[in-house]
Design a protein around this ligand. Structure first.
Ligand SMILES: [Fe+2]
Ligand SMILES: [Fe+2]
Length: 269
């Protein structure tokens, strides 16, 4: 199975780039399954329903969120009725929406996707490791799902790497989101799980993690309330990884995808 996983879409430039490029990218890579993180799609904070609909229409099978899940409150009634949109699995019991989804492809194969949120330098939450352990009790790779993808939305690379190794051999891929910088550690772990610490963002890299530079610098320099952060609006680089799995659901190939904007092109050949 061929999986295309894209990192945090930031603002209008990120949204427009993903919506414009995804149909072609999906066809070119012959992707069977596409997941996009869109927690920052709405002006850097949250996701509005019409934006989710546009990303789905462009070819995303699933959209994941993160710590910015509820920044646009209109998404709360939307997520209740949209199982293809998921928020962190380890949010408290009773939180609207789901933290995992099982997608059935046109040929009947099933893909499990879940998002877990880290706890290091993040809001206090239930244990993301235990949440995924419990999820995998009900979803066995190669048995009732043919692929399984975990989006680990976390700040610390240590926690993300630990997460990858904890589930190595039991899922097809563990991919990091949230830091908005693509990492060069994409690899197949010894047990067969495709891993990358962070997919990077789909946004303008002439910025501070997608937001305009001056107000972002001022926040570090002055101890005073400053200009509100807003997304940078230059050309976006679409960032993510492409993963191919075998008949057991384990990764046999992982390659970076980067196209457009300022970052060097990376495209699976
Ligand atoms: Fe983000
Ligand atoms: Fe985040």
């Amino acid at each position: 199975m061929k999986l295309l996983l894209l990192g945090d879409v930031v603002g209008r430039t990120g949204r427009d780039a993903v919506v414009a490029a995804l149909p072609g990218l999906r066809a070119r890579l012959q992707a069977d399954f596409v997941a996009v993180n869109a927690e920052n799609a709405s002006h850097g904070f949250g996701l509005a329903p019409e934006m989710a609909a546009a990303i789905f229409a462009a070819g995303a099978d699933v959209i994941t969120l993160g710590n910015h899940a509820w920044d646009r409150k209109e998404i709360i009634p939307y997520i209740v009725h949209e199982p293809r949109l998921i928020r962190p699995l380890n949010f408290p019991p009773g939180t609207p929406g789901a933290g995992a989804a099982v997608c059935t492809l046109a040929d009947g194969r099933k893909v499990l996707i879940a998002q877990a949120m880290g706890r290091l330098f993040m809001d206090p939450l239930d244990d993301p490791f235990r949440a995924v352990e419990e999820l995998l009790l009900r979803n066995k790779l190669g048995v009732n799902v043919q692929a399984a993808v975990i989006d680990i939305h976390a700040e610390a690379s240590s926690e993300k790497m630990a997460f990858g190794h904890a589930f190595d051999g039991r899922v097809s891929a563990v991919v990091g989101t949230h830091t908005h910088v693509p990492t060069a550690d994409h690899q197949i772990l010894p047990g067969g799980t495709g891993f990358v610490s962070d997919l990077g963002m789909c946004g303008d890299y002439d910025s501070v993690i997608g937001m305009t530079k001056e107000p972002a610098i001022a926040r570090f320099v002055k101890k005073m309330p400053g200009e509100k952060l807003a997304p940078a609006e230059g050309p976006a680089t679409i960032c993510g990884v492409f993963i191919e799995t075998d008949e057991m659901g384990l990764a046999i190939r992982i390659e970076p995808v980067r196209t457009g904007g300022r970052l060097a092109l990376a495209m699976p050949g």
